[in-house]
Write a protein that binds this ligand. Structure first.
Ligand code: TRP
Length: 469
Protein backbone atom coordinates (compact mmCIF):
# COMPACT_ATOMS: atom_id res chain seq x y z
CA UNK A 1 0.00 0.00 0.00
CA UNK A 2 1.39 3.40 -0.89
CA UNK A 3 1.81 5.85 1.95
CA UNK A 4 2.92 8.80 -0.09
CA UNK A 5 1.88 12.35 0.70
CA UNK A 6 1.85 15.27 -1.70
CA UNK A 7 4.66 17.80 -1.52
CA UNK A 8 2.01 20.45 -2.18
CA UNK A 9 0.05 19.79 1.00
CA UNK A 10 -3.04 17.98 2.22
CA UNK A 11 -6.65 19.05 2.95
CA UNK A 12 -7.13 19.58 6.64
CA UNK A 13 -10.27 17.41 6.69
CA UNK A 14 -12.59 15.40 4.52
CA UNK A 15 -15.06 18.28 4.51
CA UNK A 16 -12.52 20.68 3.16
CA UNK A 17 -11.94 18.32 0.27
CA UNK A 18 -15.66 18.10 -0.38
CA UNK A 19 -15.98 21.88 -0.22
CA UNK A 20 -13.02 22.42 -2.51
CA UNK A 21 -14.15 19.83 -5.03
CA UNK A 22 -17.70 21.18 -4.94
CA UNK A 23 -16.22 24.65 -5.34
CA UNK A 24 -14.46 23.39 -8.44
CA UNK A 25 -17.54 21.67 -9.80
CA UNK A 26 -20.07 24.42 -9.12
CA UNK A 27 -19.39 27.43 -11.25
CA UNK A 28 -20.27 29.05 -14.54
CA UNK A 29 -20.86 25.56 -15.88
CA UNK A 30 -23.97 25.18 -13.76
CA UNK A 31 -25.45 28.63 -13.92
CA UNK A 32 -24.29 30.00 -17.26
CA UNK A 33 -23.51 27.00 -19.44
CA UNK A 34 -26.13 24.47 -18.39
CA UNK A 35 -29.16 26.71 -19.10
CA UNK A 36 -27.92 27.98 -22.44
CA UNK A 37 -27.01 24.52 -23.69
CA UNK A 38 -30.36 23.20 -22.52
CA UNK A 39 -32.02 25.98 -24.48
CA UNK A 40 -29.94 25.35 -27.59
CA UNK A 41 -30.33 21.61 -27.58
CA UNK A 42 -33.97 20.94 -27.03
CA UNK A 43 -34.82 21.24 -23.33
CA UNK A 44 -36.03 18.13 -21.51
CA UNK A 45 -34.34 15.56 -23.72
CA UNK A 46 -31.01 17.27 -23.21
CA UNK A 47 -31.53 17.41 -19.43
CA UNK A 48 -32.44 13.73 -19.33
CA UNK A 49 -29.35 12.64 -21.25
CA UNK A 50 -27.21 14.97 -19.16
CA UNK A 51 -28.48 13.34 -15.95
CA UNK A 52 -27.86 9.87 -17.36
CA UNK A 53 -24.32 10.88 -18.28
CA UNK A 54 -23.68 12.23 -14.78
CA UNK A 55 -24.86 9.00 -13.16
CA UNK A 56 -23.50 6.42 -15.56
CA UNK A 57 -20.21 8.03 -16.53
CA UNK A 58 -19.61 11.16 -14.49
CA UNK A 59 -19.65 9.74 -10.97
CA UNK A 60 -17.67 6.56 -11.76
CA UNK A 61 -15.04 8.54 -13.67
CA UNK A 62 -14.82 11.10 -10.89
CA UNK A 63 -14.14 8.25 -8.47
CA UNK A 64 -11.43 6.91 -10.77
CA UNK A 65 -9.79 10.30 -11.13
CA UNK A 66 -9.68 10.88 -7.37
CA UNK A 67 -8.39 7.36 -6.88
CA UNK A 68 -5.52 7.96 -9.29
CA UNK A 69 -4.72 11.34 -7.79
CA UNK A 70 -4.62 10.03 -4.27
CA UNK A 71 -2.48 7.08 -5.22
CA UNK A 72 -0.01 9.13 -7.27
CA UNK A 73 0.10 12.22 -5.04
CA UNK A 74 1.62 14.37 -7.80
CA UNK A 75 0.57 16.63 -10.66
CA UNK A 76 -1.58 14.69 -13.14
CA UNK A 77 1.35 14.37 -15.56
CA UNK A 78 3.68 12.87 -12.98
CA UNK A 79 0.93 10.89 -11.33
CA UNK A 80 0.14 9.11 -14.58
CA UNK A 81 3.80 8.45 -15.21
CA UNK A 82 4.42 7.12 -11.69
CA UNK A 83 1.34 4.93 -11.59
CA UNK A 84 2.00 3.55 -15.06
CA UNK A 85 5.51 2.59 -13.96
CA UNK A 86 4.21 0.97 -10.79
CA UNK A 87 1.70 -1.07 -12.72
CA UNK A 88 4.30 -2.07 -15.30
CA UNK A 89 2.72 0.03 -18.06
CA UNK A 90 4.05 2.43 -20.64
CA UNK A 91 5.24 5.72 -19.08
CA UNK A 92 3.72 7.55 -22.02
CA UNK A 93 0.49 7.51 -20.03
CA UNK A 94 1.88 10.82 -18.82
CA UNK A 95 0.51 12.28 -22.06
CA UNK A 96 -2.92 11.82 -20.56
CA UNK A 97 -1.75 14.35 -17.97
CA UNK A 98 -0.60 16.63 -20.78
CA UNK A 99 -3.95 16.37 -22.54
CA UNK A 100 -5.53 17.56 -19.31
CA UNK A 101 -3.13 20.45 -18.83
CA UNK A 102 -3.80 21.61 -22.37
CA UNK A 103 -7.58 21.33 -21.91
CA UNK A 104 -7.22 23.23 -18.65
CA UNK A 105 -5.44 26.14 -20.33
CA UNK A 106 -8.03 26.38 -23.05
CA UNK A 107 -11.01 26.15 -20.70
CA UNK A 108 -9.51 28.61 -18.24
CA UNK A 109 -8.80 31.08 -21.03
CA UNK A 110 -12.43 31.48 -22.01
CA UNK A 111 -13.79 30.78 -18.54
CA UNK A 112 -12.01 33.89 -17.36
CA UNK A 113 -13.61 35.98 -20.10
CA UNK A 114 -17.10 34.83 -19.13
CA UNK A 115 -16.28 35.36 -15.45
CA UNK A 116 -15.37 38.87 -16.57
CA UNK A 117 -18.93 39.35 -17.90
CA UNK A 118 -20.09 38.35 -14.44
CA UNK A 119 -17.95 41.03 -12.81
CA UNK A 120 -19.21 43.62 -15.25
CA UNK A 121 -22.76 42.62 -14.33
CA UNK A 122 -22.07 43.09 -10.60
CA UNK A 123 -21.69 46.78 -11.37
CA UNK A 124 -24.49 47.02 -13.88
CA UNK A 125 -27.06 45.43 -11.56
CA UNK A 126 -25.66 47.25 -8.52
CA UNK A 127 -26.06 50.62 -10.21
CA UNK A 128 -29.67 49.88 -11.04
CA UNK A 129 -29.15 49.70 -14.82
CA UNK A 130 -31.86 47.09 -15.11
CA UNK A 131 -34.61 48.62 -13.02
CA UNK A 132 -37.81 48.16 -15.01
CA UNK A 133 -35.88 46.95 -18.07
CA UNK A 134 -37.62 44.83 -20.71
CA UNK A 135 -36.11 42.04 -22.77
CA UNK A 136 -35.05 44.40 -25.52
CA UNK A 137 -33.18 46.66 -23.13
CA UNK A 138 -31.33 43.85 -21.36
CA UNK A 139 -30.39 42.41 -24.73
CA UNK A 140 -28.94 45.75 -25.78
CA UNK A 141 -26.96 46.15 -22.56
CA UNK A 142 -25.50 42.69 -23.00
CA UNK A 143 -24.61 43.18 -26.67
CA UNK A 144 -22.94 46.47 -25.89
CA UNK A 145 -20.80 44.73 -23.31
CA UNK A 146 -19.62 41.90 -25.53
CA UNK A 147 -18.91 44.23 -28.42
CA UNK A 148 -16.45 46.25 -26.32
CA UNK A 149 -13.11 44.43 -26.46
CA UNK A 150 -11.45 46.87 -24.07
CA UNK A 151 -13.95 46.23 -21.30
CA UNK A 152 -13.89 42.47 -21.84
CA UNK A 153 -10.11 42.44 -21.68
CA UNK A 154 -10.09 44.57 -18.56
CA UNK A 155 -12.36 42.22 -16.56
CA UNK A 156 -10.70 39.16 -18.04
CA UNK A 157 -7.36 40.44 -16.76
CA UNK A 158 -8.73 41.15 -13.30
CA UNK A 159 -10.30 37.72 -13.03
CA UNK A 160 -7.18 35.94 -14.24
CA UNK A 161 -5.14 37.93 -11.76
CA UNK A 162 -7.26 36.92 -8.77
CA UNK A 163 -7.15 33.30 -9.95
CA UNK A 164 -3.36 33.43 -10.11
CA UNK A 165 -3.21 35.03 -6.65
CA UNK A 166 -5.07 32.19 -4.99
CA UNK A 167 -3.15 29.48 -6.81
CA UNK A 168 0.17 31.16 -6.02
CA UNK A 169 -0.58 30.95 -2.30
CA UNK A 170 -1.63 27.31 -2.39
CA UNK A 171 -5.20 26.31 -3.02
CA UNK A 172 -6.14 25.23 0.46
CA UNK A 173 -5.66 28.57 2.26
CA UNK A 174 -8.19 31.16 1.17
CA UNK A 175 -10.33 28.64 -0.58
CA UNK A 176 -11.52 26.95 2.58
CA UNK A 177 -13.07 30.13 3.90
CA UNK A 178 -14.49 31.23 0.57
CA UNK A 179 -16.28 28.00 -0.13
CA UNK A 180 -17.71 27.49 3.34
CA UNK A 181 -19.83 30.65 3.28
CA UNK A 182 -20.24 31.63 -0.32
CA UNK A 183 -21.45 28.36 -1.76
CA UNK A 184 -24.35 28.00 0.68
CA UNK A 185 -25.18 31.66 0.08
CA UNK A 186 -25.30 31.07 -3.68
CA UNK A 187 -27.58 28.13 -3.13
CA UNK A 188 -29.98 30.20 -1.02
CA UNK A 189 -29.99 33.00 -3.55
CA UNK A 190 -30.86 30.55 -6.28
CA UNK A 191 -33.83 29.51 -4.16
CA UNK A 192 -34.87 33.16 -4.01
CA UNK A 193 -34.68 33.28 -7.80
CA UNK A 194 -36.75 30.11 -8.04
CA UNK A 195 -39.26 31.85 -5.77
CA UNK A 196 -39.43 34.74 -8.20
CA UNK A 197 -39.76 32.34 -11.13
CA UNK A 198 -42.76 30.74 -9.40
CA UNK A 199 -44.50 34.10 -9.42
CA UNK A 200 -44.16 34.48 -13.20
CA UNK A 201 -46.88 33.53 -15.63
CA UNK A 202 -44.94 30.85 -17.42
CA UNK A 203 -43.54 28.96 -14.44
CA UNK A 204 -45.15 25.68 -15.46
CA UNK A 205 -44.04 26.08 -19.07
CA UNK A 206 -40.51 26.50 -17.82
CA UNK A 207 -40.73 23.33 -15.74
CA UNK A 208 -42.22 21.37 -18.61
CA UNK A 209 -39.52 22.57 -20.92
CA UNK A 210 -36.83 21.36 -18.52
CA UNK A 211 -38.27 18.06 -17.43
CA UNK A 212 -40.50 16.73 -20.16
CA UNK A 213 -38.61 15.72 -23.29
CA UNK A 214 -40.42 17.06 -26.32
CA UNK A 215 -39.70 14.52 -29.00
CA UNK A 216 -41.37 16.59 -31.70
CA UNK A 217 -38.86 19.37 -31.24
CA UNK A 218 -36.15 16.78 -31.80
CA UNK A 219 -37.45 15.75 -35.18
CA UNK A 220 -35.15 18.05 -37.08
CA UNK A 221 -32.19 17.50 -34.84
CA UNK A 222 -29.58 14.83 -34.92
CA UNK A 223 -29.87 13.05 -31.63
CA UNK A 224 -26.19 12.34 -31.34
CA UNK A 225 -24.63 15.60 -32.35
CA UNK A 226 -27.34 17.93 -31.04
CA UNK A 227 -28.30 16.20 -27.81
CA UNK A 228 -26.01 13.38 -26.73
CA UNK A 229 -22.63 14.95 -27.42
CA UNK A 230 -23.33 18.33 -25.81
CA UNK A 231 -25.02 16.60 -22.85
CA UNK A 232 -22.01 14.34 -22.41
CA UNK A 233 -19.67 17.32 -22.62
CA UNK A 234 -21.75 19.26 -20.12
CA UNK A 235 -21.68 16.38 -17.62
CA UNK A 236 -17.88 16.31 -17.77
CA UNK A 237 -17.53 20.08 -17.74
CA UNK A 238 -19.86 20.56 -14.82
CA UNK A 239 -18.27 17.86 -12.67
CA UNK A 240 -14.76 19.17 -13.51
CA UNK A 241 -13.68 15.75 -14.74
CA UNK A 242 -11.54 14.62 -17.65
CA UNK A 243 -8.63 17.05 -17.29
CA UNK A 244 -6.95 16.32 -13.97
CA UNK A 245 -8.55 19.04 -11.83
CA UNK A 246 -10.30 16.55 -9.58
CA UNK A 247 -7.24 14.31 -9.81
CA UNK A 248 -5.01 16.98 -8.31
CA UNK A 249 -7.60 17.70 -5.62
CA UNK A 250 -7.65 13.96 -4.91
CA UNK A 251 -3.90 14.05 -4.45
CA UNK A 252 -4.39 16.24 -1.37
CA UNK A 253 -6.98 13.88 0.14
CA UNK A 254 -6.10 11.78 3.14
CA UNK A 255 -5.97 8.05 2.79
CA UNK A 256 -8.75 7.32 5.27
CA UNK A 257 -11.48 9.31 3.51
CA UNK A 258 -14.11 7.46 1.46
CA UNK A 259 -13.84 8.37 -2.21
CA UNK A 260 -17.24 6.94 -3.04
CA UNK A 261 -19.34 8.89 -0.58
CA UNK A 262 -17.36 12.07 -1.26
CA UNK A 263 -18.13 11.76 -4.96
CA UNK A 264 -21.83 11.34 -4.41
CA UNK A 265 -21.97 14.44 -2.23
CA UNK A 266 -20.09 16.48 -4.83
CA UNK A 267 -22.14 15.24 -7.78
CA UNK A 268 -25.46 15.78 -6.01
CA UNK A 269 -24.51 19.31 -4.99
CA UNK A 270 -23.31 20.11 -8.50
CA UNK A 271 -26.35 18.71 -10.23
CA UNK A 272 -28.82 20.39 -7.89
CA UNK A 273 -27.29 23.79 -8.53
CA UNK A 274 -27.61 23.30 -12.29
CA UNK A 275 -31.21 22.15 -12.06
CA UNK A 276 -32.12 25.03 -9.73
CA UNK A 277 -30.55 27.47 -12.16
CA UNK A 278 -32.65 25.97 -14.94
CA UNK A 279 -35.82 26.26 -12.86
CA UNK A 280 -35.01 29.89 -12.08
CA UNK A 281 -34.21 30.88 -15.65
CA UNK A 282 -36.63 29.23 -18.09
CA UNK A 283 -39.85 30.63 -16.62
CA UNK A 284 -38.31 34.10 -17.00
CA UNK A 285 -37.20 33.30 -20.54
CA UNK A 286 -40.72 32.27 -21.55
CA UNK A 287 -42.57 34.93 -19.60
CA UNK A 288 -40.63 37.73 -21.27
CA UNK A 289 -40.67 36.23 -24.72
CA UNK A 290 -36.96 35.48 -24.99
CA UNK A 291 -35.61 32.73 -27.20
CA UNK A 292 -34.23 29.82 -25.16
CA UNK A 293 -31.70 29.13 -27.88
CA UNK A 294 -30.15 32.58 -27.55
CA UNK A 295 -26.73 31.15 -26.76
CA UNK A 296 -24.08 32.15 -24.23
CA UNK A 297 -25.83 35.42 -23.33
CA UNK A 298 -28.95 33.67 -22.03
CA UNK A 299 -28.55 34.28 -18.29
CA UNK A 300 -27.15 37.75 -18.81
CA UNK A 301 -30.23 38.70 -20.77
CA UNK A 302 -32.93 36.88 -18.82
CA UNK A 303 -31.99 37.22 -15.15
CA UNK A 304 -31.56 41.01 -15.19
CA UNK A 305 -35.18 41.38 -16.30
CA UNK A 306 -36.17 39.53 -13.13
CA UNK A 307 -33.87 41.67 -11.00
CA UNK A 308 -35.40 44.75 -12.56
CA UNK A 309 -38.90 43.61 -11.54
CA UNK A 310 -38.60 41.93 -8.17
CA UNK A 311 -38.58 43.68 -4.78
CA UNK A 312 -35.01 44.50 -3.70
CA UNK A 313 -33.93 43.44 -7.17
CA UNK A 314 -30.92 45.75 -7.25
CA UNK A 315 -29.62 44.22 -4.05
CA UNK A 316 -30.36 40.61 -5.01
CA UNK A 317 -29.02 41.10 -8.51
CA UNK A 318 -25.77 42.57 -7.33
CA UNK A 319 -25.39 39.84 -4.72
CA UNK A 320 -26.19 37.15 -7.27
CA UNK A 321 -23.43 38.21 -9.64
CA UNK A 322 -20.99 38.59 -6.75
CA UNK A 323 -21.67 35.04 -5.64
CA UNK A 324 -21.49 33.79 -9.21
CA UNK A 325 -18.09 35.41 -9.53
CA UNK A 326 -16.92 33.61 -6.40
CA UNK A 327 -18.28 30.33 -7.72
CA UNK A 328 -16.34 30.91 -10.93
CA UNK A 329 -13.24 31.77 -8.93
CA UNK A 330 -13.27 28.53 -6.91
CA UNK A 331 -13.59 26.70 -10.23
CA UNK A 332 -10.93 28.55 -12.17
CA UNK A 333 -8.24 27.80 -9.60
CA UNK A 334 -8.76 24.08 -10.17
CA UNK A 335 -8.16 24.61 -13.89
CA UNK A 336 -4.77 26.18 -13.24
CA UNK A 337 -3.59 23.94 -10.40
CA UNK A 338 -2.52 20.87 -12.46
CA UNK A 339 -0.17 22.91 -14.66
CA UNK A 340 1.25 24.79 -11.69
CA UNK A 341 1.99 21.64 -9.68
CA UNK A 342 3.79 20.20 -12.69
CA UNK A 343 5.97 23.31 -13.06
CA UNK A 344 6.81 23.12 -9.36
CA UNK A 345 7.62 19.40 -9.43
CA UNK A 346 9.38 19.02 -12.72
CA UNK A 347 10.75 22.49 -13.46
CA UNK A 348 11.62 23.22 -9.84
CA UNK A 349 9.91 26.60 -9.97
CA UNK A 350 8.50 28.35 -6.95
CA UNK A 351 4.73 28.11 -6.72
CA UNK A 352 4.46 31.85 -7.19
CA UNK A 353 6.50 31.93 -10.36
CA UNK A 354 4.74 28.86 -11.73
CA UNK A 355 1.32 30.41 -11.10
CA UNK A 356 2.17 33.63 -12.88
CA UNK A 357 3.69 31.86 -15.87
CA UNK A 358 0.84 29.39 -16.32
CA UNK A 359 -1.75 32.09 -15.66
CA UNK A 360 -0.16 34.37 -18.21
CA UNK A 361 -0.38 31.71 -20.92
CA UNK A 362 -4.07 31.19 -20.15
CA UNK A 363 -4.58 34.96 -20.12
CA UNK A 364 -3.03 35.29 -23.59
CA UNK A 365 -5.29 32.60 -24.99
CA UNK A 366 -8.22 34.35 -23.34
CA UNK A 367 -7.50 37.50 -25.32
CA UNK A 368 -8.46 35.52 -28.42
CA UNK A 369 -11.79 34.59 -26.83
CA UNK A 370 -12.51 38.15 -25.78
CA UNK A 371 -12.00 39.25 -29.38
CA UNK A 372 -14.07 36.41 -30.80
CA UNK A 373 -17.24 38.20 -29.65
CA UNK A 374 -16.40 41.31 -31.62
CA UNK A 375 -13.38 41.90 -33.93
CA UNK A 376 -12.79 38.28 -34.78
CA UNK A 377 -16.34 36.99 -34.69
CA UNK A 378 -17.06 34.42 -37.41
CA UNK A 379 -19.68 31.82 -38.01
CA UNK A 380 -19.09 28.15 -38.64
CA UNK A 381 -21.00 24.95 -38.42
CA UNK A 382 -20.12 22.01 -36.26
CA UNK A 383 -21.86 18.71 -36.76
CA UNK A 384 -24.71 20.48 -38.48
CA UNK A 385 -25.22 23.26 -35.91
CA UNK A 386 -24.42 26.87 -36.67
CA UNK A 387 -22.08 28.53 -34.19
CA UNK A 388 -21.71 32.26 -34.09
CA UNK A 389 -18.87 33.07 -31.81
CA UNK A 390 -15.85 31.82 -33.72
CA UNK A 391 -12.93 30.89 -31.53
CA UNK A 392 -14.95 30.89 -28.34
CA UNK A 393 -17.19 28.14 -29.70
CA UNK A 394 -14.23 26.26 -31.14
CA UNK A 395 -12.42 26.30 -27.79
CA UNK A 396 -15.58 25.30 -25.98
CA UNK A 397 -16.49 22.42 -28.29
CA UNK A 398 -12.94 21.17 -28.57
CA UNK A 399 -12.51 20.97 -24.82
CA UNK A 400 -15.90 19.95 -23.41
CA UNK A 401 -17.16 17.79 -26.21
CA UNK A 402 -13.90 16.18 -27.25
CA UNK A 403 -10.96 16.54 -24.88
CA UNK A 404 -12.81 16.01 -21.60
CA UNK A 405 -14.72 12.88 -22.64
CA UNK A 406 -11.54 11.53 -24.23
CA UNK A 407 -9.51 12.24 -21.09
CA UNK A 408 -12.24 10.72 -18.94
CA UNK A 409 -12.43 7.55 -20.98
CA UNK A 410 -8.67 7.12 -20.90
CA UNK A 411 -8.81 7.47 -17.12
CA UNK A 412 -11.57 4.85 -17.09
CA UNK A 413 -9.58 2.46 -19.27
CA UNK A 414 -6.41 2.94 -17.27
CA UNK A 415 -8.11 2.33 -13.94
CA UNK A 416 -10.35 -0.55 -14.88
CA UNK A 417 -8.53 -2.46 -17.63
CA UNK A 418 -4.86 -1.80 -16.97
CA UNK A 419 -4.30 -1.17 -13.29
CA UNK A 420 -4.37 -4.27 -11.17
CA UNK A 421 -7.68 -4.99 -9.53
CA UNK A 422 -5.90 -5.15 -6.21
CA UNK A 423 -4.69 -1.54 -6.51
CA UNK A 424 -8.16 -0.18 -7.11
CA UNK A 425 -9.77 -2.32 -4.42
CA UNK A 426 -7.11 -1.09 -2.06
CA UNK A 427 -7.60 2.57 -2.94
CA UNK A 428 -11.41 2.73 -3.07
CA UNK A 429 -11.82 0.95 0.25
CA UNK A 430 -15.08 -0.70 -0.77
CA UNK A 431 -13.64 -4.20 -0.50
CA UNK A 432 -14.86 -6.60 -3.15
CA UNK A 433 -18.46 -5.52 -2.57
CA UNK A 434 -21.40 -5.07 -4.91
CA UNK A 435 -20.69 -1.34 -4.91
CA UNK A 436 -17.16 -2.02 -6.11
CA UNK A 437 -18.41 -4.36 -8.83
CA UNK A 438 -20.96 -1.83 -10.07
CA UNK A 439 -18.28 0.84 -10.21
CA UNK A 440 -15.90 -1.41 -12.07
CA UNK A 441 -18.55 -2.50 -14.53
CA UNK A 442 -19.65 1.02 -15.40
CA UNK A 443 -16.14 2.23 -15.85
CA UNK A 444 -15.00 -0.80 -17.84
CA UNK A 445 -17.92 -0.97 -20.23
CA UNK A 446 -20.50 1.79 -20.02
CA UNK A 447 -18.19 4.80 -20.03
CA UNK A 448 -15.89 3.74 -22.91
CA UNK A 449 -18.64 2.24 -25.05
CA UNK A 450 -20.99 5.14 -24.41
CA UNK A 451 -18.43 7.74 -25.40
CA UNK A 452 -17.33 5.73 -28.43
CA UNK A 453 -20.88 5.40 -29.71
CA UNK A 454 -21.53 9.10 -29.26
CA UNK A 455 -18.27 10.11 -30.94
CA UNK A 456 -18.68 7.79 -33.90
CA UNK A 457 -22.26 8.76 -34.54
CA UNK A 458 -21.46 12.42 -34.37
CA UNK A 459 -18.71 12.00 -36.91
CA UNK A 460 -20.61 9.67 -39.16
CA UNK A 461 -23.75 11.66 -39.74
CA UNK A 462 -22.38 15.02 -40.76
CA UNK A 463 -19.47 16.85 -42.22
CA UNK A 464 -18.40 17.75 -38.80
CA UNK A 465 -16.61 20.93 -39.55
CA UNK A 466 -17.20 23.55 -42.20
CA UNK A 467 -16.61 27.28 -42.15
CA UNK A 468 -19.50 29.34 -43.47
CA UNK A 469 -17.90 32.67 -44.02
N1 TRP B 1 -16.88 22.62 -13.35
C1 TRP B 1 -16.66 24.03 -13.44
C2 TRP B 1 -17.97 24.70 -13.74
O1 TRP B 1 -18.96 24.03 -13.86
C3 TRP B 1 -15.60 24.37 -14.44
C4 TRP B 1 -14.35 23.59 -14.24
C5 TRP B 1 -13.48 23.70 -13.21
C6 TRP B 1 -13.90 22.54 -15.05
N2 TRP B 1 -12.50 22.77 -13.35
C7 TRP B 1 -12.73 22.05 -14.45
C8 TRP B 1 -14.37 21.98 -16.21
C9 TRP B 1 -12.07 20.98 -15.02
C10 TRP B 1 -13.70 20.92 -16.77
C11 TRP B 1 -12.56 20.41 -16.19
O2 TRP B 1 -18.04 25.89 -13.83
Amino acid sequence: MSMRTSIHGQWSSRWIFILAATGSAVGLGNIWRFPYLTGENGGGAFVLVYLLCVIMMGIPIMMAEILLGRRGRKSPINTMETLAAEEGLNPNWRFLGWLGVLAGFIILSYYSVIAGWTIAFIFKTGMGDFVGANAEQTTTIFSELISSPGILLFWHSIFMFITIRVVSRGVSGGLERAVKFLMPALFVLLLVMVGYAMSTEKFLDGLKYLFIPDFNSLAEKNLFSDVFLPALGQAFFSLSIGMGAIMIYGSYLSKDSSITSNCFVIAIADTSVAILAGIAIFPIVFTYGLDPSDGPGLIFISLPIAFGQMPFGTFFGCLFFILLMFAAWTSSISLLEPAVTWLVESKKMSRIKASYIAGFIAWLLGVLTALSFNYWAFEFSFAGAIKQNGLFDIFDILTSNIMLPLGGVLVAIFTSWLMSRKSTVDELGLGDSIAYKIWRFTIRYIAPIGVLIIFLNTMGFFNIFSINN
